[in-house]
Write a protein that binds this ligand. Structure first.
Ligand code: 13P
Length: 249
């Protein structure tokens, strides 16, 4: 497996001044891959302040060009230096009507432009309580597989983000996360894809104090970090935990 990958998802936060201060105190560390996914208007400025980290966006249009007012294409993201784009985040699914088919199209658009999609999957609290976590995640992954094929999925990153853990301060336990990650790994292998080639990130209330045990789990290859990625100190501590977890394996 490649190095662990830690990705900051700033969501709808930031300003030129705040981003400058945050990025000024962040930078690549040995032993871990790092990226920041920032709002569209800040991509170009962030590209100048990465200090060795990779750049990503938080969403992408399924369309390449034409009469789609307000959309941003994968080709434009690549043009600005993005390497990653988050697709299918639960906030986009819940608040902006992105269904499984749209998420598949967006992942395909990202791959077409040479970007690595970070495909978010995860169950709601009700689905977890009904024992349907893996069924939901399998359905979400199947839609992406249908759109991008085995080759496309192999080139993607998958982020398991249980909806009930996002922004709640209640991260999945190491066992809860590991169980679904192992299930995802198995599901990918069943599609004939070398599953150790696909990095599986955990997201949902990752903080400096819970990062290390999560990253120590065998099928957790890194993290997708929301709130804590807005603090340079917290984000860098989480990235250090990922680098340390990698060394101890
Ligand atoms: P929090 O880390 O704020 O829970 O957000 C997780 C997330 O949604 C990352 O994409």
């Amino acid at each position: 497996m490649a190095k662990k990958l830690v990705v900051g998802n700033w969501k709808l936060n930031g300003s030129l001044a705040a981003n400058g201060a945050l990025l000024g105190a962040c930078g690549a560390l040995a032993g871990v891959d790092m990226a920041v996914c920032v709002p569209f208007p800040y991509l170009a400025d962030t590209a100048l302040r990465l200090n060795g980290m990779a750049l990503g966006a938080q969403s992408v249009s399924e369309f390449q060009s034409g009469a789609y007012t307000g959309e941003v294409s994968a080709e434009m993201l690549a043009d600005l230096g993005c390497q990653f784009v988050i697709v299918g985040h639960s906030e986009r699914r819940a608040l902006f009507g992105e269904d499984d088919a749209i998420v598949g199209s967006k992942a395909a658009a990202a791959l077409r432009a040479g970007l690595t999609p970070i495909i978010c999957v995860g169950e709601s609290l009700g689905e977890r309580e009904a024992g349907q976590a893996m069924e939901v995640v399998g359905r979400q992954l199947a839609a992406v597989l249908k759109a991008v094929g085995a080759q496309g999925l192999k080139q993607s990153v998958v982020a398991y983000e249980p909806v009930w853990a996002i922004g709640t301060g209640r991260a999945a336990s190491t066992d809860e996360a590991q169980e679904v990650h192992a299930g995802i790994r198995r599901w990918i292998a069943e599609q004939g894809i070398p599953s150790d080639k696909v990095r599986l990130l955990y997201g949902g209330s990752v903080k400096p104090d819970n990062a290390q045990p999560l990253f120590a789990m065998p099928d957790i290859d890194g993290g997708l970090i929301g709130g804590a990625s807005l603090s340079a100190q917290d984000f860098m501590a989480i990235c250090r935990a990922a680098a340390d977890a990698d060394k101890s394996h």
